[in-house]
Design a protein. Sequence first.
Length: 231
Amino acid sequence: MSFPFVGAPQLRERFLAFAHFYDVHLHGELLPCRSVLEILSLVQAQGFDGAGRGLPNAIFVMMNPGSSRPLAIGNAIEGRSGHSTCRLVATRPDTTQYQIMRIMDRMGWNHVRVINLSDIRESRSSVFMDRYRALEGGHGYRAHSMFSSERRAELTQALKRKKDGPLVLAWGVHPKLTPLIREALPLMQAAGRCFGMLQQGSTDKYFHPLPMLQTDKVRWVRELSAQLQGG
């Protein structure tokens, strides 16, 4: 029997996504960022105000927001990030978010929160990794990551979820991510039980939801679903 792999049109009919976008001005450079992403079933979205009601079923941690962008100007709701109010706006789903929606569909989840090793919005992985390393090494700027010491209170808020909600690690396997992973992994392990598709021979590199081959995309959904269902 073939594994059911729900298509993007059906997923768009079942789920919506909201996120907090912001910009950082640093040494004359504009740094587009996104902190949290909230993926919601249509039923959950009707009562969602972003202020802490309706905790997520699970939290995913990925590399960075990639090409994520607002769906349109406006259409915002008020939410909370750390101790400050922020605006959560509808986002345009991308192929990575569809993978998470497929997990939600398999698990019967209504709400997943996504955070990242870095908030920097950059779709080209190699450019992102060079950029974050330059920011940290050249400017000493580490607050692009929610796992930095400067944002620990915000991380605590972001990790709030339903009782025993799983933490899914899916930040990728590139060696240049190692400094960010070394800071994030112990914090995630302290926060609860972690799941993910661990690279063979590694203790901290977890496969990203969107591998290149379609067969690997299906495998990621199938095997992670089985892992989560096995608890």
